[in-house]
Structure formats: C-alpha cells, structure tokens
Design a protein around this ligand. Structure first.
Ligand code: ZN
Ligand code: ZN
Length: 339
C-alpha cells in the first residue's frame, strides 16, 4: 500500500504560550477527527508532528491516521527553523519508502509548517537544511507564517507556497486547520487517481490567510514586537512568564498577560537573551499565580511580583536576599527571553 506521509511542523517558541498553543492543539484534534471520517484519508494518510523552539524534535513519528495521539505541546524560547528542517529531512529519509525499479514507494510527503517568528539559529544552518530538502526536492512544502515577525523570504526558499495569517486568534487558527484538513483530504483522494496531486486546496482557503510571494512582505526591523520576562511569585515562589507587546507608535512595551510556567524543564530554558531597558516597560501584567499588580527587580537578576500595598521590604524567591524597597535601581536592564 502506498502511503501519503503528512508532516506537520509546529513552532513552539515562547510567543505561542497560552491561547495560541491551546488553539493549535484543538486544531490538530479537529484535523485528525475530521480525516478519520474520510475513507480515502484513512487508507492513505500517515501523520507525523515535529515541534521546534530552541531545539527541534519529532513528537509523533509517522503514524497511521487512526492511531495518532495528540501530544502535549511544551513551550520554550527560540525558533530553530534550521534544526526543524534538519529533523524533517532525517525523518523523511528514515520513514518514507522511496520508489525504486523493484518497488513502488510512498507518495511524495506533504509538509505544513506553522511559525510566528524569525529563525533564531544560524542562517547558514537554515540554508544548508533548505538545500538538503530541495536539492533534490523531497516533499511538497507549504508554510504559514503568523503575524509581523515572520521572515517570509526565508520560508519561501523551502516552500512551494507561503501564506500569511495576519492575526493569530483561536478563531483564525481554527479556520486555518479546517483548510489544512480539507487539503489533506483532497490530496488523499487525488493520489488515488493520478500520480501527481496538488498539495493545498486553494478553493477552501479562508479569507484571513493570504498568499505571500518572495520579496512581498518585509518583516519588522525595529525592536522585538514581543518580549517575555521570566518572573517569580513572591507568595508561591513559582515562576511565570510576563508577555509584553511593543507599541510601534509610542515605542514602549505594554504589558499583555502572564502565564504560569511549570517548575520543570520548560521554565529553565528562559535565559540567555538580549536586554531591554526597563524604562520601556510600562508596568507589568498581574502575577499569573497571585495576581499581584507590581514587579520588583532583585540584584540577582530575578524579577518578583509585589502586592498593591507595598511591603517595606521584600525577600527574593530566588536568592533569598531581603532588601528594603527603596534600593530598587530604576536603570536596571532586564534580561528578556528571545522568542
Ligand atoms: Zn505572585
Ligand atoms: Zn534575588
């Protein structure tokens, strides 16, 4: 039996934390449940999921549609596009049966890449990974970039077609996954009829998704549009991640929301990143654990939440130093995490 391998590459960088990653999980479950009602898809489609942040990993090996389990998606800093493409190449090499004189192999894999940021790894590594996927071409590759940070020219190097979702909301992500589902479904019908197939069903493309040609969209060149600061709750001593959005007109960072971080491996990655002057931060989002409205910088480099009624002194949840609040240095530069 010839299979149609479908590889889904998901950006799990920190900017996906919260509703985006939840919407992507619901999108995946919609895709699987819908495809499972289709006899053509059940017969031919095999699914694999690769996630990437500071590293890349295959979280679902190429699996028969009926048996795919949706993985938990862990969010970490970084957007290692080059590593993701490298993992994809290795997986295709190891999992997809090629056609030889003796046997008919699988159909050419269908790849969907979903990302919301610029690659943070070395461009040479990305270039090399692109070359290994395209010379010779080993997959039909479609990229969907979400938001304003995406380097579409880089994506178009590896993609047969590149698309942009301007606004990433639960509703637009749901529509995106309905479209991808329809495309896999028509591809799984198409492969049965002819040797070639069209990867994406353009007739079902939602209005929110636009096609982007090379050189058409310039990514934002100024300060990062989002920054993420790791902080510690003074009450629970648990870590959380504060999200800020850059206001291009006012040129300051506005607080958006906080997200709890699990105390395990996921939160330990949020280090080693560029600096943002604290003067540009307009306050802080409430603590994700106790809703304290203020933040305080400790000399050890940690940020902690503070209650509305300021205590006279505070003990840092990280270094256990107790200090009077008047010692706060307003010019302190905060270490942020790069998404
Ligand atoms: Zn707190
Ligand atoms: Zn401290």
């Amino acid at each position: 039996m010839r299979r149609l391998p479908v590889y889904i590459l998901l950006d799990t960088s920190e900017s996906m934390i919260g509703s985006a990653v939840q919407s992507v999980r619901s999108g995946l479950s919609l895709l699987l449940n819908t495809l499972r009602t289709d006899p053509h898809a059940l017969e031919t489609a095999w699914i694999s999921i690769i996630t990437f942040d500071s590293d890349a990993r295959q979280v679902v090996p190429l699996t028969e549609l009926a048996d795919v389990q949706i993985p938990e998606l862990q969010v970490r800093p970084g957007t290692s596009l080059g590593k993701a493409l490298g993992v994809l190449r290795n997986c295709i090499q190891g999992e997809v049966v090629t056609t030889t004189a003796q046997r008919r192999g699988d159909y050419r894999p269908l790849v969907f890449l979903l990302t919301d940021g610029q690659a943070t790894d070395d461009w040479r590594q990305v270039k090399q990974a692109v070359d290994r996927l395209t010379q010779p071409k080993v997959a039909n590759f479609y990229s969907i970039g979400c938001g304003d940070d995406v380097d579409f020219d880089m994506l178009s190097e590896v993609s047969d077609a590149t698309f942009r979702l301007a606004d990433m909301t639960p509703e637009t992500l749901r529509k995106l996954f309905i479209w991808l589902t329809a495309s896999v479904r028509s591809a799984s019908v198409g492969v049965g009829m002819t040797e070639s197939y069209n990867g994406l069903d353009m007739t079902k493309r939602p209005a929110e998704v636009t096609s982007v040609r090379k050189g058409e969209f310039r990514p934002w060149q100024g300060r990062p549009l989002q920054v993420f600061l790791k902080a510690w709750c003074i009450a629970t001593k648990q870590p959380y991640l504060m999200r800020y959005r850059f206001d291009r007109e006012a040129e300051v960072y506005l607080p958006v929301e906080s997200h709890k971080l699990s105390d395990g491996g996921a939160s330990s990655g949020f280090v080693d990143v560029p600096d943002v002057p604290v003067q540009l931060l307009m306050g802080s989002p409430p603590c994700a654990h106790c809703e304290n409205p203020y933040m305080l910088f400790c000399g050890c480099g940690s940020i902690m939440c503070l209650p509305r009624i300021l205590p006279r002194e505070a003990t840092c949840p990280r270094c256990r130093t107790t200090g009077a609040l008047s010692e706060v240095d307003p010019d302190f530069n905060v270490r942020t995490s790069a998404g």
